[in-house]
Every structure is written in structure tokens, then in C-alpha cells.
Write a protein that binds this ligand. Structure first.
Ligand SMILES: *Cc1c(COP(=O)(O)O)cnc(C)c1O
Length: 436
């Protein structure tokens, strides 16, 4: 049988790259089949190696909030590249970038640029430990903060047991300093704080969870964490790698009016180039070297191409607050009509939405945390995903990911998506029965 180009490339890739991919979320493990290999994209239309076009709801997992190949970003990268791709020395664009970030997110009085969200989160907890002199961190089951050792820890059995490594290669020693709480459950946090009196350096969380599907914070949750952190002299870290510059110019902090001590960024901040950042109050950030003793460094950090791309994208967002209104209107439009279609097909579902982030869970339960997210019918999602793909809609290839909308989506594309969903749900239901 003749292979299409993605199939051929995937075969080839697996001979040289573990699993054929440079990041596991791309491998289609949870939906099966062959990952689509892409060659180009413009706005919200992405084109695969076989020339098929899709409406894109992944947006490179978030960065493409203004669409792919956004002209000011492309031009900024081109222009910067003529002046060298890296100096490993200070440049003016780094200052412009830091000023702009502070303007958009006012409590980021000092910011340090890094090369990924992973690095930003790893560095933020090191800073929290260095600043407080405490060792443990609390994170939430189902939240993702990159692949740093301290974050690859799952809850032990029972809420108060120590964490266990969730990946070989992470030591028990590291695991014992990471405590797991339940998202949207303040009591679980209080218990951990009590049990580990005076030794919790930070609570880190996604202020809107996006990595177990989209799960917004329940009223009072973020406020409650802020209060607990103040009581226990523990730092509150918002991981805004996904939500930063997406939910508002000031991210989730602005949207929910709860302000963290440290914030991490990634994705949108780089305009599609590898950028992360962490920042916060001057007093805290002053522990970072070379001002303070907490070591953190990067040969390519603040890279001129990456800074130019990020600066161009953030500038557009800063200058156009109406983009956020537009994004939310488009997301509402899509969500409302998807609900109608889902109901017409009598599919059990729970839909979560925050700004331009949206997820459909195929379950009859209300999804507000890790346990309820896991009640989603993964087989149904897999079938639905492939039926959507066939109809030219590229959704995140996992039931536990968030769809990201972009300003470049037109109402015509949204209507096409709804029509595709209508057909895909019907077909998925038929196949679901057959597969039993
Ligand atoms: C993507 C993501 C990260 C990791 O960022 P990378 O750039 O992939 O290292 C961390 N935290 C959150 C909330 C993310 O969504």
C-alpha cells in the first residue's frame, strides 16, 4: 500500500528520534494513528506534507494567539537575523521586552528570560527555596509545569502520603520535597501546609489548568491560596506559561484579580520561538545571580531572534486590547453552537471554557479537577478526534488538552468546525458501537 507523506516521514523519524517526535504530546499516543507532519501555516490554516489543509485549534500549543506566520513577527525575526543570531551579551531588545512585560503584568518588577516554560518553572521554585530557606513545594495533581524533576511527581496513595516519582530517572530524594494537592480543593492544601509546618517554600499552580483539559479555578480557590500563602509565609507561584498574555494582557492574574509572588511565562511570550520567563517582586527576584546567590543562567537566554519575535507579538497584544474581546466572542460563538450539536447527538459531555481556552470532556460529570477529568470517555474522544481530522479540523491530539483559539479564526472557519463536529459526532457514535 502506498504511504502518504506523513506515514512515510513518521517511519523515517522513528529510525532516528525516540518515537519519531521531539516531544511526546505530538506522537498521537492517546488518539492512535500517525501524527500529521506539517510544512507550513498561515493564520489558522495549517498545511500538512501531503498538501491537506486544516483549521488549527492547537496553535503550537498556545503561542499562535494571533495566527501562524503573523507578519510583524516574521518581519522582526528576519530583521534581527541580519544582525547576528546570538551575542551571548546584553542587548537593548532584552530591556524593551522586560519593560513591556512589566507594563502588561505590573507585579513583574524584575524578569529573567529563559528558553522554555520548563526552565522558567524550574528556576522559579529554586528562587522560592532560596528566598524562603524552605525546601518543599506544593503542586496540584494534573497540573503541568514542564519536565523538571521536581514536577514529575504524582500523588502517593491517600492525600497525605509523600509523592512518588512518576518517571524513572527522578529520585525518591527529589520526590519527597514535592507534595501533591487536589485542584480546586483548598482543604487538601491546608492539610499539607499543616503537616509540613514551616517547610513549604511555594505553592505552584496553573491558575486556569490547561494540561488536564481546561479547568478553571472555582470561585474563591485562587483567593484562598493567596491567603494561605500569606499565613504560612509561603510564596505563591502562578505558572502562566499557558494563560499568560492569553486570558488577558496581564494573564490569569488580571482576569481573576489575584496576584502571585512569582509568575512564569512561556508559549505566547516567544511568538513561536523558544522563550520562557520568570519574574516577580524585586525583593524576591533580587536573590537571583548575579545580584543574589541563587544561580540561574543560559547561553542563549534573551536571544535576539526570540526576543524580537516575542516583542513583536506582545506589542500587538498590548496595543490591541480589543483582540481579547474578539477572542472571547469567537470562543463563545464556537462553544454555544458546539453545545447545541452535542446535545442534539445526545452525547454526555462537560464543556469548560476560560477566555480563549476551551475543552470538551465526554463525561456526565462536572469536571473541576484531576479525578473528574479522568472520567472522560477516551475511546469516544479518539474516534471524534479522527473524524474531525478527516474533515479538516486539527484538534489537540489528546482528551486532556485544551483547544486554543486565535484571532485569525474567521466566523466562516468556526461554522465549518461546527458542521464538521455535527458529522463527526454522528460518525463517532456509529463507530463506537461497532468497536465494542
Ligand atoms: C507548556 C507548559 C509548560 C512547559 O513549557 P515548555 O516550553 O514546554 O517547557 C509549563 N507549564 C505550563 C502550564 C505549560 O502549559
Amino acid at each position: 500500500m502506498l504511504l502518504n507523506k506523513s506515514e512515510y516521514l513518521f517511519e523515517r523519524a522513528q529510525q532516528f528520534i525516540p518515537g519519531g517526535v521531539n516531544s511526546p504530546a505530538r506522537a498521537f499516543k492517546s488518539v492512535g494513528g500517525v501524527p500529521v507532519f506539517f510544512k507550513k501555516a498561515k493564520g489558522s490554516i495549517i498545511t500538512d506534507e501531503d498538501g491537506n489543509e486544516y483549521i488549527d485549534y492547537v496553535g503550537s500549543w498556545g503561542p499562535m494567539i494571533l495566527g501562524h506566520a503573523y507578519s510583524p513577527v516574521v518581519k522582526a525575526v528576519q530583521d534581527a537575523s541580519f544582525n547576528s543570531t546570538s551575542f551571548g551579551a546584553p542587548t537593548e531588545i532584552e530591556i524593551q521586552m522586560a519593560e513591556l512585560v512589566q507594563e502588561m503584568v505590573p507585579n513583574v518588577e524584575r524578569v529573567r528570560m529563559v528558553n522554555s516554560g520548563t526552565e522558567a518553572c524550574m528556576s522559579a521554585i529554586r528562587v522560592a527555596r532560596g528566598y524562603t530557606g524552605k525546601e518543599k513545594i506544593i503542586k496540584f495533581e494534573g497540573n503541568y509545569h514542564g519536565h523538571g524533576d521536581s514536577f514529575l511527581i504524582k500523588a502517593g496513595s491517600g492525600a497525605l502520603t509523600l509523592g512518588k516519582p512518576s518517571s524513572p530517572g527522578v529520585t525518591e530524594g527529589t520526590a519527597k520535597d514535592t507534595l501533591n494537592a487536589d485542584y480546586n480543593d483548598l482543604k487538601s492544601v491546608e492539610k499539607l501546609l499543616k503537616k509540613n509546618k514551616k517547610n513549604v517554600a511555594a505553592i505552584i499552580l496553573e491558575p486556569v489548568a490547561g494540561n488536564m483539559g481546561c479547568i478553571p479555578p472555582e470561585p474563591g480557590f485562587l483567593e484562598g491560596l493567596r491567603k494561605l500563602c500569606d499565613q504560612h509565609k509561603t510564596l505563591l507561584i502562578f505558572d502562566e506559561v499557558m494563560t499568560g498574555f492569553r486570558l488577558a494582557r496581564g494573564g490569569a492574574q488580571e482576569r481573576y484579580n489575584v496576584w502571585a509572588d512569582l509568575v512564569t511565562f512561556g508559549k505566547i511570550i516567544g511568538g513561536g520561538l523558544p522563550v520562557g520567563a520568570f519574574g516577580g517582586k524585586k525583593e524576591i527576584m533580587d536573590v537571583v545571580s548575579p545580584v543574589g546567590p541563587v544561580y540561574q543562567a543560559g547561553t542563549l537566554s534573551g536571544n535576539p531572534l526570540a526576543m524580537s519575535a516575542g516583542y513583536a507579538q506582545l506589542t500587538a497584544l498590548e496595543k490591541h486590547p480589543e483582540y481579547y474581546v474578539e477572542l472571547e466572542e469567537k470562543t463563545d460563538y464556537l462553544a454555544k453552537r458546539l453545545r447545541v450539536v452535542l446535545s442534539e447527538h445526545e452525547v454526555d459531555y462537560h464543556m469548560n471554557q476560560a477566555g480563549s481556552m476551551i475543552s470538551i470532556f465526554f463525561t456526565s460529570e462536572k469536571v473541576n479537577g484531576f479525578k473528574t477529568a479522568n472520567t472522560t470517555d477516551q475511546k469516544f474522544f479518539r474516534l471524534f478526534f479522527h473524524e474531525m481530522l478527516k474533515r479538516g479540523v486539527y484538534l489537540p491530539p489528546s482528551p486532556f488538552e485544551t483547544w486554543f483559539l486565535a484571532t485569525s479564526l474567521t466566523y466562516d472557519m468556526l461554522d465549518q468546525t461546527i458542521l464538521a463536529a455535527d458529522e463527526a459526532l454522528a460518525e463517532a457514535k456509529v463507530r463506537y458501537e461497532k468497536e465494542d
